[in-house]
Design a protein around this ligand. Sequence first.
Ligand SMILES: [Mg+2]
Length: 260
Amino acid sequence: MSRADSPAGVHVVLLDIDDTLVDTRGAFRGALFVLLGTWLPHLDAEAREAALLRWAQDPGGHFRAYTRGEIDMESQRRARIVDLHAAFGGPELSRAELADWSARYEALIQELWRLTPDALDLLDALDAAGIRVGAVTNSHRDYQVAKLTRVGLATRLPVVSCLDDLGYGKPRAEIYHHACRLLGVTPERAAYVGDELDIDARGARDAGLLGIWLDRHGSGLEPGDVAVVRTLAEVPRLLGLSRNGATPAGTDLGENQAAR
Ligand SMILES: [Mg+2]
């Protein structure tokens, strides 16, 4: 039996941070809602939703360029603001206005950072089972540590692998291998859970980990090549852990196996 058919052998669970442990999407929606009211007040409710979606989808690929180490955080954000104004009829922004827009956005999202509702229960279940945990994130350390501190997770994740560590991010295999090394396991003893199919689940799988896609919004996709959960509450069972954290030895994927 291949390792992928036997996730009971998982000793470490690595987690994505944004929209996996922290409700980043909720924070950016709240922040953008305020800023759209300031800068694009002509948008009706439907257009605001379209603007929120465009921000998240980032069709210009600016955030991805940031995660590849090509531009810094502020540059990617300003590029997305300019894109948003161009797409939805906002005014051309001066340099000072762009800086103000970005600073206000940042202040608002930091106020709005919250844990996802299923994060703590998962960490508790993994702790109870003796499964070590860590995070792998495509943002910089200072920023992500501030975020984890804000939501009360700073002491729950002994290893947090960030964009700074190697100078580039997921889905490069070296990132996952780096985090595994820090936790003292080989990739085949680790699972990785994240909300993005390509850079999280498939990236981890390609690096030799058990890739688990957190499809929070029920996309309806059935990728077939990675495990899929709708909430973090499904992860312990997928790993063969009982609710009270019993060890997973000898278990298999059960009905979830078909989803991989
Ligand atoms: Mg994420």
